[in-house]
Design a protein around this ligand. Structure first.
Ligand code: GLU
Ligand code: ZN
Length: 295
């Protein structure tokens, strides 16, 4: 059984760029070729990033999806209701010595880390706490995050949009956190456990998450799961060439809804800017360039 997913983070309003990505995931899941093999679409709310989660944003994201005509087969699944699953995976990684407790502060890493290989990434972790081995004493609760040991080998995958992507996790990414210091799972851990347990075979998301794909592939393998296929799709940029944000004006879907704009207009804009024909879906047709907002 093949499965895709919609994975909104309720950290704020969903905007036009998010809508375009969700529509691509939806069209891909609903395309004829895939329907024959029984692909389902799962809605999952990624609300583990606690301080940034907004109480109103989950219901609004669901309403936004429905408004632009997207439906799904299972869910919504809520990540904060699945914490025991992430804890079990973490316990396995601790037993396997794949992670270590890291007490470094952001400032420590900023000062001692090396320059990131990918854009918009933090400094590469200098390895300060990595000599810890399974069975060694664990620091005081709340004082550390669990960090995954990035392996010194080449990882490659074939992205449905970007083609072959490769990197060396140890050199290009460094050891990365899979929990926060308060013990809650990080995005990387929750996503991998969910994608694995939900049987996700195709991940469609913005190309700003390409570096995370390598981290996630390492986590899938460490947990004994096979990684899904990835489609990292172009982002929507503001007229200044930067990623769509508040300063570019109000592109919230909820605002368009309040203004009485027809959702079909948004779908039509997504069709034109992606150059995809939803009735005859083919990743080959996708416009590979980041698109400038002209809605
Ligand atoms: N929840 C993430 C977001 O809204 C998407 C993560 C993913 O697709 O893996 O940006
Ligand atoms: Zn550390």
């Amino acid at each position: 059984m093949n499965a895709g997913r919609l994975a909104p983070s309720p950290t704020g309003a969903q905007h036009l760029g998010n809508a375009r990505t969700y529509l691509l995931a939806y069209w891909s899941a609903r395309s004829t070729g895939i329907k024959e093999t029984g692909k389902k679409l799962i809605l999952r709310i990624e609300d583990v990033d606690s301080p940034r989660v907004k109480p109103w944003a989950m219901a609004q994201a669901i309403e936004d999806l429905r408004w632009i005509g997207i439906d799904w087969d299972e869910g919504p699944f809520i990540q904060t209701e699945r914490l025991d699953l992430y804890q079990k995976a973490l316990d396995r990684l601790i037993q396997a010595n794949q992670v270590f407790p890291c007490t470094c502060t952001r400032k420590d890493i900023e000062e001692a880390g090396s320059a990131p290989h990918f854009d918009h990434e933090p400094k590469i972790y200098p390895g300060t706490c990595s000599c810890w081995q399974t069975g060694d004493p664990i620091p005081e609760t709340g004082s550390f995050s669990w960090r995954f040991r990035a392996a010194d080998h080449m990882v490659s995958f074939n992205d449905l949009v970007l083609g072959t992507q490769s990197c060396n996790p140890a050199k290009d990414l460094g050891d990365f956190p899979i929990t926060q210091k308060n013990g809650s799972p990080s995005y990387q851990l929750a996503v991998v456990v969910d994608d694995a347990l939900m049987g996700i075979t195709e991940v469609v998301r913005g190309n700003d998450l390409i570096a995370s794909a390598f981290r996630q592939i390492e986590l899938f393998n460490a947990l004994g799961y096979s990684p899904p296929t990835f489609a990292h799709v172009p982002l929507v940029l503001g007229p200044d060439g930067r990623r769509l944000a508040k300063r570019h004006g109000d592109t919230r879907l909820s605002t368009y809804r309040e203004q009485g704009i027809a959702p079909e207009r948004i779908v039509q804009w997504a069709i034109e800017s992606t150059q995809i024909d939803p009735a005859n879906f083919d990743w080959q047709d996708l416009n590979r360039d980041d698109v400038t907002l002209d809605f």
